[in-house]
Write a protein that binds this ligand. Sequence first.
Ligand SMILES: [Zn+2]
Length: 115
Amino acid sequence: MGSTDKAVITGFICRLCSKMNRFVIHIYGEEGSRMKLAEKINTYLPITVNAYDQLPKTACLHCIERLEAHHELMEQFSFARRKLSSNDRQTSISATSTTSSNIDTTAATNSPPPC
Ligand SMILES: [Zn+2]
């Protein structure tokens, strides 16, 4: 078939932004697996990657950076949610004051006497 002039650009197409990039990480490569790229992409992004699909398996560093930042943000949110919901449970437990289970945050069940 017709050979295109630009066929020999050194680089890979990023799966996420579809741009040609010289510095990419293979999603299913050693580093990609360590970073759990496929898992993060499938969790957070509106696309699905699969080791057996026909599309590029590379992602550029810029996209990965943003994916990682997003992951951190999501971790923060879920941490905050867990924290808030456990605080909520502790308050309701201490309000009924039945069982004294391990409450590790010192969230003042004994309120200090008023001055
Ligand atoms: Zn990209």
